[in-house]
Design a protein around this ligand. Structure first.
Ligand SMILES: [Zn+2]
Ligand SMILES: [Zn+2]
Length: 101
């Protein structure tokens, strides 16, 4: 499809045609946000903790923590470990950048 012939501001344009105009980017952003809300709405409260309704082997992942908002112990510690890993990576990059000067 010719990109100039379809209505912009659509997720279709962003995803399938790779259009990154402001309207399509915004549509995609809203789509992701809504999808996240929909996932969050499916969480269940277990002993005062929001837990994602996913298979047991999907817990203990930073992904589940971030995309589902799962706050079970395993996902929380995975997210913590992931944050530490990223912080370390960032520190390492800065160290290397300083060293190369
Ligand atoms: Zn567009
Ligand atoms: Zn979890």
């Amino acid at each position: 499809m010719n990109a100039s012939l379809y209505p912009h501001g659509t997720v279709y344009g962003y995803k399938n045609l790779g259009c990154r105009c402001a309207a399509c980017t915004e549509a995609h952003r809203i789509y992701l946000r809504d999808a996240r809300y929909a996932r969050y709405a499916r969480r269940v409260l277990v002993d005062g903790v929001w837990v994602a309704p996913v298979a047991a082997d999907r817990h203990g992942l930073a992904y589940t923590y971030n995309t589902w908002g799962c706050r079970c112990d395993r996902c929380k510690s995975a997210a913590n470990a992931e944050r530490r890993r990223l912080a370390q990576q960032r520190a390492e990059r800065q160290r290397v950048a300083r060293g190369s000067r």
